[in-house]
Design a protein around this ligand. Structure first.
Ligand code: BGC
Length: 737
């Protein structure tokens, strides 16, 4: 496993961080300052405050310190930080609060080393939130994290993982949302909006095309302009429009030859010119390679340089570049203004982050409800699920430490939940570990689900014993796991530790076997045809045991739909090989032009390949009928109307997915969607606006989105591969952005 230089330090000996809570910097802005007037716009306020800053103040704001554990031989971090990823001291004379940055993709992150004794509520993995296809669920999750962060003294969250799941082996897919730009942009945008609603600045990351971890700090991603604008960059564009994050974190990789954090095309041309982004760009930890070049390309803040970069660029080298005229003073002012503007826009000055009580019960419910709405039922033979819990006499619970907890992904996003790691000591115990199980044991929850039943556990190491337990039980629930984490990719799609043999043996012993998957990305399932039911919960987060039990017992009707395509095997992928993953020489570059903008389901369509499960797929305990698709184009707005009816006997939610084939295109794109909850027999007419940028192509000559005149074929259905009769609509091309 390859690590970037500073990562080992995350595992270093802890400084005494006792009393960190008390050190939370929550300065009150003196009311008398002109920039304190909240009636002024964030821009006006930033301009007023900027005028008061000395050059040293400005240099202070454009560079953060690492606020995590460090080796004893390192210089101590400046006083006042809460243990976390980043810190900038307050400028007290002007009422500028200390900047306290925490990782927070899936909850306020902290390893047990970072802030000993502290804990937070873990949300389920990003794909769970995306699989809800419910923007409100994403907002609620974001607001929950934002609220906890604020109550711990943090005012910046390193959240908003938007990278497309272009590579199913990517170790960080569990931090991201989808392979589709509209779904990723919508759901991550809402999560960011939720965070910022709590007066906490959110990032969006990792900008851009950091779609694999193998060689992430060196790899040069090659892709053409139109392809990236219509895929990864479109996801960012939509999420930024919706979520208005105060900061964009540029990524480690190179893009077409230039490091992302000094990439003029990405930062100046796309982000700041085309998208008119008013916030600031911060580097990923160790992502800076220059002073003048990076600043002139649009980087506004260097993160944790003293630990992660080769040198501190945004101090002496930048001051030198300024003196030599390689960088203009106006740019230093612009960098600072952007940072201040984001703090004003989020209300950080009026609502300073400070220690406050946290409603843990309510927050755990947010996590559990996200799982309940985002778990995907992949298979359910002969109505095995839902279980009639009141009638169960015996249940075998097998594997994946289900007696202790549920798996979490590894790396900087790791949250320590109340109760800590339920299965300590699993390898790797250092970066990007420790492998962590959150203490929300499915075994206990399944026993409470069926109190009269004999619920017994088998670890699964002894396959014969597990099969014997399954054989004598009415039903077997097998938990399988695949740990994924930052800084490494999976070598392949297989389940580790002989779990395929375990599932096959258990399913053979008892056809009433339910497999629950805890994984970051799709896995191969050679035993699929033998399994009675399969439920995908990814890394299921807080209160997951109860969430899983609620779904298995039918208290909750599953309504998650896959936010990614599930390949049968790696031969179906654009790049069957991922050189360097799991060992070997990493590549210097990776060719994303192979599939270009046809990420995921669009790739499979273009090649006429049937994946194991298509994008958008997911079963329910009831049945739905979709019909009556109509498309209406008025005043530049295109709307699809469709009727969805619950034709079964249980209440449940379904997702209407609208795909469009634009003139000349071979593949369909998701252009709109809506989730609807229906009682048995109920029907609703849904009006679904189609996203204009999905009807358009990115024109690299006109440099913008162009809706071409011609015939648009619109289809609606329950997944990308289960669509009703298409409706053709003529659109007049407008050539506008
Ligand atoms: C990760 C970022 C994270 C940062 C700070 C980096 O290694 O790529 O996602 O926010 O560290 O912990």
């Amino acid at each position: 496993m390859k690590r970037k230089a500073g990562n080992a330090l995350r595992c270093a000996i802890v400084l005494g961080l006792a009393g960190w809570m008390g050190l939370a910097m929550a300065q009150q802005a003196p009311a008398a300052h002109p920039w304190s007037d909240a009636k002024l716009s964030p821009d006006q306020r930033a301009d007023l405050l900027l005028k008061q800053l000395t050059q040293d103040d400005k240099f202070q704001l454009i560079r953060s310190y690492f606020a995590g554990p460090r080796k004893p031989e390192d210089k101590p971090a400046p006083p006042g930080y809460i243990g976390s990823a980043g810190y900038i001291p307050a400028i007290e004379r002007l009422g500028i609060p200390a900047i306290q940055e925490s990782d927070a993709g899936l909850g306020v992150a902290s390893s047990e080393r970072m802030r000993p004794g502290d804990y937070a509520t873990p949300l389920p993995a990003g794909p769970v939130t995306a699989a809800t296809w419910d923007p409100k669920a994403a907002f609620r999750g974001g607001a929950m994290i934002g609220g906890e962060a604020h109550a711990k003294g943090f005012n910046v969250l390193l959240a908003g993982g938007t990278n497309l799941m272009r590579e199913p082996r990517n170790g960080r897919n569990f931090e991201y949302a989808s392979e589709d730009p509209l779904l990723a942009g919508t759901m991550v945008g809402e999560a960011i909006r939720g965070i910022e609603s709590q007066h906490v600045v959110s990032t969006i990351k990792h900008f851009a095309l950091n779609d694999q971890e193998t060689a992430r700090t060196t790899v040069d991603v090659r892709i053409g302009e139109q392809a990236m604008r219509e895929s990864d960059l479109l996801a960012f564009e939509l999420a930024i429009e919706r979520g208005k994050p105060g900061s964009v974190m540029c990524s480690y990789n190179k893009l077409n030859g230039d490091w992302a954090c000094e990439n003029d095309y990405l930062l100046n041309q796309v982000l700041k010119r085309d998208w008119k982004y008013p916030g600031f760009v911060m580097s990923d930890w160790g992502g800076v390679h220059s002073a003048a070049k990076a600043v002139n390309a649009g980087l506004d803040q260097e993160s944790a340089a003293e630990i992660f970069d080769k040198q501190i660029y945004f101090d002496a080298p930048l001051r030198d570049a300024l003196a030599k005229g390689e960088v203009k003073q106006s740019r230093i002012d612009d960098m600072t203004r952007r940072i201040l503007r984001s703090f004003f826009a989020a209300g950080v000055f009026e609502h300073p982050a400070k220690k406050a009580p946290i409603d843990e019960k309510a927050n755990l419910a947010v996590a559990r409800e996200t799982l309940e709405a985002g778990a995907v039922l992949l298979r359910n033979q002969n109505g095995l699920l839902p279980l009639d819990a009141a009638k169960l006499a015996s249940v075998a619970v097998i594997g994946a430490h289900a007696d202790k907890g549920v798996l979490a992904g590894g790396g900087s996003s790791l949250v320590t939940a109340k109760g800590g790691n339920a299965v300590p000591g699993l390898k790797p115990t250092d970066w990007p570990g420790p492998v962590t199980y959150h203490p929300y044991a499915p075994l206990k929850a399944l026993q409470s689900m069926a109190p009269q039943a004999k619920v017994q556990f088998a670890g699964g190491e002894d396959v014969a014993a597990a099969a014997a337990l399954a054989a004598k039980s009415q039903v077997a629930v097998v938990f399988v796991q695949k740990w994924a984490g930052e800084d490494f990719d999976a070598r392949d799609l297989s389940l580790p530790d002989g779990q395929d043999a375990l599932v096959a043996a258990v399913a053979k012993a008892n056809p009433r076997t339910i497999v629950v998957l805890e994984n970051g990305s799709p896995v191969a399932m050679p035993w699929l045809e033998q399994a009675g039911a399969v439920l995908e919960v990814w890394y299921p987060g807080g209160d997951a045991g109860n969430g899983i039990a609620n779904i298995l017992s039918g208290k909750v009707n599953p309504s998650g739909r896959l936010p990614l395509s599930w390949p049968r095997d790696v031969s179906q992928l654009p790049r069957p090989e991922l050189p360097g993953a799991g060992g070997g020489t990493p590549p210097e570059s990776v060719d994303y032009a192979i599939e270009g903008a046809n990420v995921g389901y669009r790739w499979y369509q273009s090649k006429n390949i049937q994946p194991l499960f298509p994008f958008g797929y997911g079963l329910s305990y009831t049945t739905f009928e979709h019909g009556g698709l109509k498309v209406d184009a008025k005043g530049g707005k295109v709307t699809a109307t469709v009727t969805v009816r619950n034709t079964g006997k249980r209440a449940g939610a379904d997702v209407a997915q609208v795909y469009v084939q634009v003139p000349g295109a071979k593949v369909r794109r998701l252009a709109g969607f809506a989730k609807v909850f229906l009682k048995p027999g109920e029907q609703r007419v849904l009006s679904i606006p189609l996203e204009r940028k999905l009807l358009a192509d990115f024109d690299t000559v006109k440099h913008g989105w162009v809706v071409r005149g011609g015939e648009y074929v619109v289809s609606e259905g329950r997944s990308s591969a289960d669509l009703g009769a298409p409706v053709a609509t003529q659109l007049a091309g407008d050539g506008t952005k």
